[in-house]
Design a protein around this ligand. Structure first.
Ligand code: ADP
Ligand code: MG
Length: 697
């Protein structure tokens, strides 16, 4: 591998390159756009585009593309070449400011949830200059936002940028109250840890379920799972290590700060953690991380599974979304300070998050809801579907004592008054390894652990930014009116703690007592995506999005439609795949084995009469015949369940039907098929087993 320092960002039109290649006034003007969100002048854009093109061509690029993130959850691109034919038959390479700033891809085939009639097929992309352009596959990639002809948002990037603006605006109001009036912007910072599985590519190709749905729809448990806990942080196997090295090199070229890699808890499971960045950039980078994982694995004879639950019975994969807020100067607003003043500010921002998570539990839950994540949340391995917040003992005690106006601890005899006293030292909580909490404070940031491994992190962060902006707005409205700031601040923090402490839970989120306790506390428990998704367009949610100019009502409604539809389609594809595998692979394999056994019995009868025993064969034939009959019934039941979907019009009912009828039929079919697997000779079983998939790298 090349020198990492040379490699890092070598394919990115970053600040350093801009500084080198742009005239000084163009550079300054672009910087203003990037840091202050000032609109980009077309003359400046022309100069930038030209410099970008020259740089890209030197690096071997021939094309450019506006790169955007439609509602499919993955990225989209349409490549244009730089060539421009001349009258004399030659070509020159051109790239204009207009082409840099905006594009017009056909929008008709992207999901819009009914927002845009297909005859208005035009969509627009607009450059997000805060995310650097980069080169990949000889193409200059320009990160963009995507909207329709009428200006309605059709992607995940635009609302993310809007939610960042909302958060910045409200956070700056609060900072101003603390005397900080010279802050350019407050940005959410995110480090998204990505979990994934690697399996042998040739095994992958033998399984239709993995090919069509990304997860195993059948599969009996292997004799060994993760019970020995010998995989977590274990030595990385050579083939996997070679994959990881190549992945790092590719990511570093694009300036993606991939930092940590290790084996995860389940066999064949791994994790990559990048260093945190501003959330829109972290989002772009997470998309590229997933794309490169998929792309590089086959070069090593591997296949990368990003699904939340590729295998039943062992851990699934998540994406831990580490989130904080920072000023553009890099001051982390969730870092406890060392003076009374700093700590009052810290406590206020902390309370804003506590309040947001409590007020909008359901919205957070919805932001991580999906068919894949349903297998994970609440399955005693990942956080439960119930949203709660972990603060650690020390911080919880501090908040309690502020609430009760009691002495904080016996030694110091200190009654904590916010903004007057220094907070005691808040240790980075070691019990943070309480991995059961869905939303944990880890010393200077929150870790939202419910996000699924396939998710774009845009959705959950749009919600987080917006709901924290809403808390901050309410705080600022109160405090700006106050005559005595310190008094009002103390009062506000006390009231907030009292009202929202029900959301704080530091114990084990997996135990049944917690579920009972949440009922007492009145916390929301949306068990499945089918319960959660239709609530996205509830009035409360539309209100908060509209108030902060993140989504309009019709945008929320269309998004809700898209999410529900995608849930149904996912289950539909899984169900059809199961039917196909059962009818064409499993049942024929079992029948072939039965035939062999029956022939053996017949032969034994002919040569030995009753003197040769055929008990074993006979009992197997009986058992397999019964199970086959049962499988046949399950096939019919699932067929029927699927037929039932076509009659349902209303989306919220459709979602529930898929969960209740289709999913249940799928589970029942799987149980029978898995039972068959444990009884059929290996040479007959039509696809690789869990043992082969998980333990052969
Ligand atoms: P921990 O040991 O608590 O898990 P790490 O330092 O390993 O913390 O960080 C885990 C992830 O959190 C990394 O991706 C890291 O970059 C990210 N992270 C650290 N600080 C912040 C922050 N201020 N904002 C957002 N993410 C952060
Ligand atoms: Mg973590």
């Amino acid at each position: 591998m090349n020198n990492a320092i040379e490699l890092f960002g070598s394919m990115v039109f970053n600040d350093q390159i801009m500084h080198q290649r742009l005239p000084k006034d163009t550079y300054m003007s672009l910087k203003q756009t990037i840091s202050k969100g000032k609109e980009l002048d077309i003359n400046v854009a022309n100069v930038v585009a030209n410099a970008m093109k020259d740089w890209a061509i030197e690096k071997g690029a021939t094309h450019f593309t506006h790169w955007f993130q439609p509602m499919t959850g993955i990225t989209a691109e349409k490549h244009d070449s730089f060539i421009s034919p001349q009258a004399d038959g030659s070509v020159i390479m051109e790239f204009s400011g207009k082409e840099l700033i905006s594009g017009e891809p056909d929008a008709s085939s992207f999901p819009s949830g009914g927002l845009r009639a297909t005859f208005e097929a035009r969509g627009y992309t607009a450059w997000d200059p805060t995310s650097y352009a980069f080169i990949k596959d000889n193409t200059l990639y320009i990160p963009t936002a995507f909207c329709s002809y009428g200006g309605e948002v059709l992607d995940k990037k635009t609302p993310l940028l809007k939610s960042m603006e909302a958060l910045s605006y409200q956070a700056k109001r609060i900072l101003a109250l603390f005397g900080q009036t010279n802050v350019d912007n407050v940005v959410p910072t995110v480090g998204a840890e990505q979990e994934y599985f690697l399996i042998d590519k040739s095994n992958y190709e033998k399984r239709k379920d993995l090919i069509f749905s990304g997860r195993t729809l059948f599969g009996a448990k292997a004799p060994k799972g993760q019970e020995l806990e010998d995989h977590y942080f274990g030595t990385i196997k050579p083939r996997v290590s070679a994959f990881m090295q190549e992945l790092d090199a590719e990511l570093w070229k694009l300036g993606i700060p991939s930092k940590i890699k290790h084996n995860e808890a389940a066999p064949a499971q791994h994790e990559l953690a990048p260093i945190y960045e501003t959330v829109n950039i972290a989002t772009d980078h997470n998309q590229l991380i997933m794309e490169f994982m998929k792309k590089i694995a086959p070069r090593h004879g591997l296949f990368c599974l990003l699904h939340e639950k590729p295998f039943a019975g062992i851990n699934g994969s998540g994406k831990h979304n580490n989130w904080s807020m920072s000023t553009t100067k890099g001051v982390n607003l969730l870092e406890p300070g060392t003076s009374p003043h700093e700590n009052a500010q810290f406590l206020l921002f902390l309370c804003a998050v506590v309040k947001a998570v409590d007020d909008y539990q359901e919205l957070l839950r919805i932001s991580v809801a999906g068919a894949g994540n349903d297998h994970r949340l609440g399955a005693h391995e990942a956080p439960p579907a119930i949203v709660s917040l972990f603060l650690g003992e020390e911080l919880t005690n501090i908040l309690e004592s502020i609430d009760k106006g009691k002495q904080y601890d016996n030694k110091s005899k200190q009654v904590l008054t916010v903004g007057v006293h220094v907070l005691p030292n808040i240790p980075k909580d070691t019990t943070d390894r309480n991995r059961t909490s869905p939303f944990a404070f880890t010393g200077n940031k929150f870790e939202f652990r419910m996000v699924g491994s396939t998710f774009s992190i845009a959705g959950p962060n749009i919600v987080l930014n917006t709901i924290v902006a809403e808390s901050l707005r309410q705080f600022a409205d109160t405090l700006e009116k106050a005559d005595n700031f310190t008094g009002a601040l103390n009062d506000l923090i006390k009231k907030t703690i009292r009202k929202h402490k029900r959301i704080i839970f530091n114990g084990n989120n997996y135990c049944d007592e917690w579920v009972k306790e949440t009922e007492k506390r009145g916390l929301s428990n949306l068990k499945t995506a089918a319960d959660a998704l239709p609530l996205f367009s509830a009035k409360k949610h539309i209100d908060v999005f509209e108030k902060h100019n993140v989504f309009t009502k019709s945008e929320v409604e269309s998004r809700c439609e898209i999410l529900c539809e995608s849930y149904c389609k996912t289950l539909h594809i899984e169900a059809l795949t199961m039917l196909d595998m059962s009818k064409k692979d499993i049942l024929p394999a079992v029948l072939a084995y039965i035939k062999e056994l029956s022939e053996t019995i017949a032969v034994k009868k002919v040569i030995g009469g009753s003197s040769i025993d055929f008990e074993v064969e006979l009992s197997l034939v009986k058992r397999l015949s019964n199970l086959s009959k049962s499988l046949q019934e399950k096939i019919e039941a699932l067929d029927k369940a699927i037929l039932g979907t076509y009659a349902i019009e209303k989306m919220s009912e459709k979602v529930k039907y898929y969960r209740e009828a289709v999913f249940t039929a799928m589970q029942e079919m799987r149980a029978v098929a898995d039972e068959l697997e444990t009884n059929v000779a290996a040479k007959y079983w039509p696809f690789p087993t869990y043992g082969e998939l998980l333990f052969n790298i």
